[in-house]
Design a protein around this ligand. Structure first.
Ligand code: PMP
Length: 445
């Protein structure tokens, strides 16, 4: 592929973007004075355009920016809005809770309802609540260290679990390193964490055999470096090796919930010791959750006995608040249902088939992968087997070009990679519109 041509096309899309979005540009300039880097969160500088679009409203699977352009939204807040934006079935009733108190340091029946429902779905009997998936992961790791009396955590190269200090490690040329960009780590993360490649049972066993690892923290299918599926037998191997060496298995289902009502855990009959969730659980209202097996919960309860449960290092004043838990209850009851997941999966299949056909017709060395209603295309011929291969499939020119080409024509993909997520509000026509534009982008190359 002609790189000079891609560069020229990218520049053209950047110019179109700047011309199309004068209001966002003006806000981005104004933001330089009071928001570091001109954004309220650093990752917002990573969009493909020269400045971020400022949001005006979002509804269902559509968002509108302040310049009045409407987009078909396949980013869905990077899963926070997998339910579709502001689903009526949730927000209408949630308004009642707004008038009944939002946070009171007291449990509500909704907390119990949500715990019962999550137990049904994921098989873990005990649940606790946080305000984010990050915080659920932090708590899960603390509990795992406390229960096992071991200091270390193991993660896979290419993982992302939120701003969890222990997970900010990577392999560079096979050597473990603090992840690039890791800002002010409390200690060198190599002191706390081992990192190995996904789908490498030998490396995994080597690391676990030292019996100093409290927990393996992983997604059951990697979704943050493209979608990287486990090789046949790898998840079973992961479970048996963690059991063999006395390490707890923490599955982060924040993204992989897209595989079904009980995530990959239910779909593939997995047996984690702890499980973490967040993002979509409250239809965008901040909430995270972590589930504990009976054994872990009993050991944890023992450790919490006494007067120091408020200084255990897990929790937060607003965690498990009444509003978040009502949002989670309504979301689980009315939106993230069996029927919705079936619909999202069918749309995901349609999206994948569309992209696949374009790639095949153009004879490109690219591929597309999927997990339930989550689809991703990557610029390498075969599906990646680990983080290193997946990272090699990213392209510093093609990635922003595709994103901007789509954005300038009304389609929003998840930033940082070419991921598309379906929601119950997504339609076949929206999926087909993406396919059409993807074909146009490819033709223009
Ligand atoms: N787990 C996974 C798998 C994630 O992808 C992310 C965020 N992308 C998180 C946890 C953290 O979520 P949050 O930033 O909402 O805490």
């Amino acid at each position: 592929m002609d790189r000079v041509r891609i560069e020229r096309l990218l520049r053209r899309e950047q110019e179109v973007f700047a011309r199309r979005n004068p209001r966002s540009q003006a806000l981005a300039q104004r933001a330089q004075s009071h928001l570091p880097g001109g954004v309220p969160m650093p990752w917002m500088t990573r969009y493909a355009g020269p400045f971020p679009l400022f949001l005006s409203w979002a509804q269902g699977a559509r968002v509108q920016d302040v310049d009045g352009h409407t987009y078909l939204d396949f980013a869905l807040g990077d899963t926070g809005a997998m339910t579709g934006h502001s689903p009526g079935a949730v927000v209408t009733e949630l308004q009642a809770r707004l008038l009944q108190g939002l946070t009171a340091m007291l449990p509500t029946e909704d907390a119990l309802w949500v715990a019962e429902e999550l137990s049904q779905r994921f098989g873990l009997p005990f649940w606790q609540f946080t305000l984010s998936a990050t915080d659920a992961n932090r708590a899960a790791l603390r509990i795992a260290r406390a229960v096992t009396g071991r200091p270390k955590v193991l993660v896979f190269h290419g993982c992302y679990h939120g701003t969890v200090d222990e997970a900010f490690v990577a392999l560079e040329g096979g050597i473990p390193r603090s992840r690039k960009g890791n800002l002010g780590p409390p200690v060198d993360p190599l002191l706390t964490t081992k990192v190995v490649e996904w789908n490498d049972p030998q490396a995994l066993e080597g690391a676990l055999a030292e019996k100093d690892v409290a927990a393996v923290l992983t997604e059951p299918v990697l979704t943050n470096v493209g979608i990287v599926h486990p090789a046949p037998g790898f998840l079973e191997m992961l479970r048996s090796l963690t059991r063999k060496y006395g390490t707890l298995l923490v599955l982060d289902e924040t993204h992989t919930l897209c595989a079904g009502p009980g995530g990959c855990t239910a779909r593939f009959h997995l047996e984690p010791d702890l499980l973490t969730l967040g993002k979509a659980l409250g239809s965008g209202v901040p909430i995270g959750a972590y589930g504990l097996s009976r054994e872990v919960a009993e050991a944890y309860a023992e450790l919490l006995r006494g007067p120091h449960a408020d200084t255990a290092g897990v929790g937060g004043t607003l965690a498990a608040n009444a509003f978040s838990l009502r949002a989670a209850r309504l979301t689980l009851e009315r939106v993230l249902t069996e029927e919705s997941f079936a619909r999202m999966e069918a749309l995901g299949e349609r999206f994948q088939a569309g992209v696949e056909a374009v790639i095949r017709q153009a004879g490109l060395p690219w591929h597309v992968t999927r997990l339930g209603g989550r689809v991703e295309y990557l610029f390498r011929p075969e599906a990646a087997e680990n983080g290193t291969q997946a990272l090699e499939g990213q392209d510093p020119l093609l990635d922003p070009f595709i994103h901007l080409f789509l954005l300038n024509r009304g389609v929003l993909l998840t930033p940082f990679h070419n991921m598309a997520l379906m929601s119950p509000a997504t339609t076949e026509a929206m999926v087909d519109r993406h396919t059409e534009l993807f074909a146009e982008a490819v033709a223009s190359l």
